[in-house]
Design a protein. Sequence first.
Length: 327
Amino acid sequence: MTTTPPPPLLRVRDLTVTFPGRRRGSAPVRAVDGIGFDVAAGETLGLVGESGCGKSTTGRTIVRLLEPTAGSVAFDGREIGRLPQRALKPLRRDLQMVFQDPHSSLNPRQTVARIISDPLLTQGGSAAAARKRAVELMELVGLIPEHIDRYPHEFSGGQAQRIGIARALATSPRLVVADEPVSALDVSVQAQIVNLMERLQRELGLAYLFIAHDLSVVKRVCDRVAVMYLGRIVEIGAKERVYTAPAHPYTRALLSAVPLPDPAAERSRERITLLGDPPSPAAPPPGCTFHPRCPKAQAVCRTEAPPLRVAVAGEPREVACHFPEAG
Ligand SMILES: Nc1ncnc2c1ncn2[C@@H]1O[C@H](COP(=O)(O)OP(=O)(O)OP(=O)(O)O)[C@@H](O)[C@H]1O
Ligand code: SF4
Ligand SMILES: [Mg+2]
C-alpha cells in the first residue's frame, strides 16, 4: 500500500503579481512572474536577490497583504490565494509576518502591551489573557516585561524588532514570513536578532520564509535558498550546494560580491561584476531576462527563456539557465 506524503506547509505554484503602471498609460509591472516553491514545516527557505526583484511582493502576497494576480498559494494543503479576506481570519493565526523597519511597522501611539496583544484580541481572546501572553512573549524575545506599558519610540531598533517578532509569535504561528528582518539594524544587533530567530525556530518548530538581499545573513539561517531575478526564481536548492557550487551565472555574481572572512581567500577569489542595473519589470528583456548582464550569454539566450529545471542529475536543485555550471 502506498501512502501519500503530507503536503508541505506552504506550496506556491505559478504565482504572478502584476501592478498597474505607476503613470497613466505606462505598462503594467510584473513584480512576480510565475514563481513556485515549497516550505516544509520547521524549515527556513531564504529568498534573495537585488532590490526590486519581487521579494517583498512575494512575501506580502503569501500572507495576503497583497492579492495574487494568478497562480496558487496553498497552506497546509489548503488553497488560500483566493480566499476572501473574512475567511482568512483563522489562517492569520498560523501565518504571520515580520517587517524590515521595526519602528515604522509598530503603531507609535500604542503601548507594547497593545501591539503584542492585538493579534490575540483580533482572534477573540480576552484582554486579561492577551496581556498575560504579552508578558510571556516579552520574556521569550528577551525584552524586560516591566517595559510593557512603554511606547515604541522608547526602544532601540533591535528592541523594536524584538517587539515585532513578539507580535508575530502571539498567535503561535507555524510560518513566519520575515521580510529583511535585520537589514535596518546595526551589524552588531543583526547577529542578536538572527540568534533569537534561530532559537525561536528550535523551540517553537517555526518555519521561516526569510527574505534578504544580503547573502551572508541568509547563509547563516536557511536550509534551502531561492535566488530571484526580475520576478522569477533563477536557482533554488539546498544551501550547501547553492553556496559552494552555484549553477546560475546570476547566483555566481551575487556570491562573488560577498566578502570572505579569510583575507588570502578574499584576495585570490574570482569577482564577477554585473553590467548595469536590473532592467525594469515593466519591460523585461526577451529570452533569458538576465542576458543583457550575463557574462555567459549566447545567441539562444536572447530569444528563448530557459525553464527552471534540474541542473545536476539526482540533485534536488533547479536552475533557469541554458548553460548552467555543473559543479
Ligand atoms: N504597489 C506597487 N505599485 C507598482 N509597482 C510596485 C508596487 N510595489 C512594488 N512594485 C514594483 O514591483 C517590483 C518588485 O518590488 P518589491 O518591493 O517586491 O521588490 P524587493 O525585491 O522586495 O526589493 P527591495 O530589496 O528593494 O525591498 C519593483 O519594480 C517595484 O517597483
Ligand atoms: S540562459 Fe544565457 S543569458 Fe541566461 S543566465 Fe544562462 S547563460 Fe546567461
Ligand atoms: Mg523588499
